[in-house]
Design a protein around this ligand. Structure first.
Ligand code: NAD
Ligand code: UD1
Length: 339
């Protein structure tokens, strides 16, 4: 296979995936507009892998920039992470989310096909299951109603990419539905670097631990779960990254349209995470129970059996390591890439 273009490769999951791709011997080119990331993450990636990765600061909405990249580089496949992902913000700025995520992907895919590159791995999310019809969630579980525009962009892009593949079977489209990515590379030099107040649980916990936030608000303890708090399938970002390397096999096999859950199959509650984080790292996380967050569901965890069967992939890191690695990154980089 020729080169792999990683869109959004300076971001959280993208940077970890670039490391795993390069370490697996793949030839990688990164594109990112740096709207939610820093080029420093790619300097850190270069240190980890021992070589600089070709980088284009470009927007997936910028057709001319994409044309230039595809003309210069012989790209065989795209791993497409670029997108806006803040759930709350998407309810305030739906147009910006549909424009960036959907129009951006349509532009990307159009330039790809014009250059004869019809292989894409797309970052989807467990959010497409809505309030899941059954647990653990298999890929057969029907897609549901999303509670926010961000979620709809994922659900709609799955449909769009599937339709494109059905109309032209030269396309190979691999939709990866991520559960809840946390953790960081073992080096502690790359990790999640949210802008402003974190929306997600683990970055909020690490910011409490590092003294940036006073305490964690636990959103509801009256769910139908073992301790009343929400249950999720947290997955180490390095495991997730390796899932992408494995998914490339399906492109090489010309597998057509494939959908995989990337999760561990284990559900942990908010309080389980707090406890594991405290025990793994010897730090106290003060918390307060508050009301439910609108749009949240009680329980969400994967049946990751299909990815194991067809990709030979399975998550290998447990919750303790996820907590240790998230903390190592935050402790070493209290201000993210601004240090
Ligand atoms: P991230 O924000 O760290 O990475 C996304 C990257 O895309 C950023 O570096 C950003 O600068 C870039 N980007 C955004 N719009 C762009 C554009 N128009 N052109 C070029 N670059 C652009 O987020 P992440 O957590 O690494 O997520 C990666 C992908 O995985 C996203 O598509 C996200 O929706 C999806 N996803 C994330 C999660 C999660 O919990 N982190 C869960 C499910 C799915
Ligand atoms: C959220 C998004 C989802 C997105 C996913 C990954 C919503 C409604 N859903 O999912 O679309 O794909 O992130 O980015 O935002 N919690 C607290 N206190 C906090 C933060 C979270 O108690 O300060 C709880 C939540 O109620 C939930 C769990 O922790 O039970 C995990 O929350 P979070 O990390 O935001 O992920 P999801 O809600 O699963």
């Amino acid at each position: 296979m020729g080169k792999i273009l990683v869109t959004g490769g300076a971001g959280f999951i993208g940077s970890h995936t670039v490391v795993e791709l390069v370490q697996a011997g793949k030839d990688v080119v990164v594109l990112d507009n740096l709207s939610n990331s820093s080029e420093k993450s790619l300097d850190r990636v270069a240190t980890i892998v021992g070589k600089k990765i070709p980088f284009y600061k470009a927007d997936i909405l910028d057709r001319d920039a994409l044309e230039e990249i595809f003309s210069k580089e012989s790209i065989d496949a795209v791993i497409h992470f670029a997108g806006l992902k803040a759930v709350g913000e998407s309810t305030q700025k739906p147009w910006e989310y549909y424009e960036n995520n959907i129009a951006g992907t349509l532009t990307l895919v159009d330039v790809m096909r014009k250059h004869g590159c019809k292989n894409i791995i797309f970052s989807s999310s467990a959010t497409v299951y809505g309030n899941p019809a059954f647990i653990p969630i298999t890929e057969e579980c029907p897609k549901g109603q999303c509670t926010n525009p961000y979620g709809w962009t994922k659900s709609m892009l799955e449909q769009i990419l599937s339709d494109i593949q059905k109309a032209d079977n030269e396309w190979n489209v691999i939709l990866l539905r991520y559960f809840n990515p946390i953790g960081a590379h073992k080096s502690g030099t790359i990790g999640e670097n949210p802008n402003g107040i974190p929306n997600n649980l683990m970055p909020y916990i690490t910011q409490v631990a590092v003294g940036k936030r006073d305490h964690l608000s636990v959103f509801g303890n009256d769910y139908d779960t073992h301790d009343g708090t929400g249950v999720r399938d947290y997955i180490h970002v390095v495991d997730l990254a390796i899932g992408h390397v494995k998914a490339l096999q399906k492109i090489e096999e010309k597998a057509g349209l494939k959908i995989y859950n990337l999760g561990t199959g284990h559900g942990y509650s908010v309080l389980d995470i707090v406890k594991n984080f405290e025990e793994a790292n010897g730090v106290k996380i003060p918390y307060e129970i508050v009301g439910r967050r609108p749009g949240d569901i009680a329980t969400c965890y994967a049946d990751p059996g299909l990815a194991k069967k067809e990709l030979g992939w399975e998550a290998k890191y447990g919750i303790r390591e996820m907590c240790e690695d998230s903390w190592r990154w935050q402790k070493n980089n209290p201000n993210g890439f601004e240090d």
